[in-house]
Design a protein around this ligand. Structure first.
Ligand SMILES: NC(=O)c1ccc[n+]([C@@H]2O[C@H](COP(=O)([O-])OP(=O)(O)OC[C@H]3O[C@@H](n4cnc5c(N)ncnc54)[C@H](O)[C@@H]3O)[C@@H](O)[C@H]2O)c1
Length: 266
């Protein structure tokens, strides 16, 4: 079992500008940390100002920027990207990671809840891809990594809303890859399986309750569904995101990469 984060690549992203949405906690924070340790200037965009400040404080001073941003809102994202360009002048990598989970039986999906998860998980990704594209096209280079989920590739009961948004991210990413490829820009999605973040712990509590299980037992069951018999650590997803942004992945585009410990095999 992998217990600790392996050594990173010293200076792999030296001088590159990386924008991470959803950077305040979980996979987004691990991703900001990863790029920061590999030399990037990291712009952290999140609605959660307090935790986002903690992420930015963990990065090298002068090489980071924390920006309050609601990914659901075009003007909020546009203002955030303007701040990034003002501060750093370019964007080499976009990681669209901000997302929420809600679940429940299909027959009782409230329309406002559906609209909110769609606005966050799908419109939010569309907007950040749209807003970064002109800058990357002018540069003639860039990497976009959109965070989907295994729920976008396969489905479980009681998660129609989440699955729909995460499948949408995969389709959106394929189209972005085709459209921006001629400009030297790659676009890929990552599809994590259950990853140990606050989000998954709260989902475990809620879903566990509906099936008469504790959250911990539900997580143990989900771990048992994988080939590796364990859940992912946030930095394991961040490592794949960094790989997709690196020159080693320069000929990979339009893909949706499973980071699921073999969950899809079960
Ligand atoms: N943890 C998992 O098991 C798992 C599995 C598959 C996919 N994912 C996806 O990974 C991404 C990160 O999830 P996580 O597990 O790290 O959860 P998390 O709750 O720790 O992080 C989500 C981040 O998104 C931010 N966010 C939420 N709404 C926002 C908005 N409107 N505007 C800006 N920021 C907003 C939150 O403040 C938070 O910082 C999500 O897109 C999630 O769907 C997570």
């Amino acid at each position: 079992m992998t217990e600790t984060e392996p050594k990173h690549f010293q200076g792999r992203f030296d001088g590159q500008v990386v924008v991470v949405t959803g950077s305040a906690t979980g996979i987004g924070r691990a991703t900001a940390n990863r790029f920061g340790r590999e030399g990037a200037l990291v712009a952290c965009l999140d609605i959660n100002v307090a935790d986002n400040a903690v992420t930015a404080e963990g990065l090298e001073s002068g090489k980071t920027l924390a920006v309050e941003c609601d990914v659901r809102d075009h003007s909020s994202q546009a203002a955030a990207f303007d701040r990034v360009i003002e501060a750093f002048g370019r964007v080499d990598v976009l990681v669209a990671c901000a997302g929420i989970y809600v679940g429940g039986p299909l027959r009782s999906v409230p329309l406002d809840r559906w609209r909110n998860i769609e606005a966050t998980n799908l419109t939010g990704v569309l907007l950040s891809n749209q807003l970064v594209a002109p800058t990357m096209i002018d540069q003639g280079s860039g990497s976009i990594i959109n965070v989907s989920s295994m729920a976008g590739k396969t489905s479980w009961p009681n998660s129609a809303e989440y699955s729909a948004t995460k499948s949408g991210v995969i389709g959106l990413t394929r189209s972005v890859a085709m459209e921006l490829g001629p400009h030297g820009i790659t676009a890929n999605a990552v599809c994590p399986g259950n990853t140990l973040t606050d989000m998954v712990r709260s989902v475990a509590g809620e879903v566990g309750e509906t099936v008469g299980m504790s959250g911990d037992n539900w997580l143990a069951m989900r771990a048992d569904d994988t080939a590796l018999k364990r859940l992912a650590q946030p930095w394991e997803v961040a490592g794949v995101i960094a790989f997709l942004a690196s020159s080693d992945a320069g000929y990979i585009t339009g893909q949706s990469i499973e980071v699921d410990g073999g969950l899809i095999l079960s």
